[in-house]
Design a protein around this ligand. Sequence first.
Ligand code: SF4
Ligand code: MG
Length: 330
Amino acid sequence: AAPILEVRDLRVHFPIRAGILRRTVGWVRAVDGVSLDLGAGQTLALVGESGCGKSTAARAILQLIPPTGGSVRYQGQELVGLDYRRLRPFRKELQIIFQDPAAAMNPRMLVGDTVGEGLKALGIVPNRAERLSRVAKLLEQVGLDQSALNRYPHEFSGGQRQRICIARALALEPKVLICDEPTSALDVSVQAQIINLLRDLQARLGLAYLLITHDFAVVSYLADAVAVMYLGQIVEYGPVSAILEAPRHPYTRALLAAVPQIDPQGRRPVLRLVGELPSPQSPPSGCRFHPRCPEAAARCRHEAPPAVRLGAGHWVQCHLAAGEGVIDRE
Ligand code: SF4
Ligand code: MG
């Protein structure tokens, strides 16, 4: 089946301005050539350290930030370059939930109105009483009862507020839900409940998730495929089993080595991530990971690595893998 969402060579470059004239003196390449496919009803995890461009990529996919270049196709339809009016019908198809559910809600708005906001704004259910009865059903879907309708966000726990945000996103019956670190602001005991809820909703509604996270426990539980992002680029991409069991990029291995439960036998060499994430304003030459890579060779400093296809949708961008697979593109 064709992917519901196809992203090709997506770029988001922000100008750096300086001086009284605010002249552009450089560019931050926050997202620098990202390509991914999300299948209907599937979960693709986008993983990487904070600051690697994951959230910016997500916002650019939703056209909340205008991409500098590249293509985002939803069900075959190009979204990049559409004006506000032409984008409107797609707004409800692609929804997003954020890390901090409290910040995503108006504290002075009743939960019933918050969840129904999109239904009102898009004129789908103009009558408030009808809207609230629709909202009551949505709340039930996320495990909250009707009494939530007439309460304010602050009366709920963090986990309950995330449920409210999920209900609000579902109100528009999207096919794609972008989940930006959906559990990382929550207590550990609550995280599993939200993950389970997301899994149940996917099974029931056939939603596709683009799951932004740095938590491999969440990845192993929810994801079908994984894209590993480093300094604005995807460095490894593949089915979740390949990424968790046979990661090939030194960066993916380093991320996984930091998660003890993923590799209890410690079979993989433990690579420690040393150094800070370099600035996307002046990314390192050659392989962008070379200043932190324990396996870097001389060529890594000046030659960008090719994309190497290792098999069954698994590919990696690293010189070391060049002899092990088919070189897809230089
Ligand atoms: Fe490390 Fe070189 Fe591979 Fe980059 S290309 S990840 S520096 S081995
Ligand atoms: Mg983020």
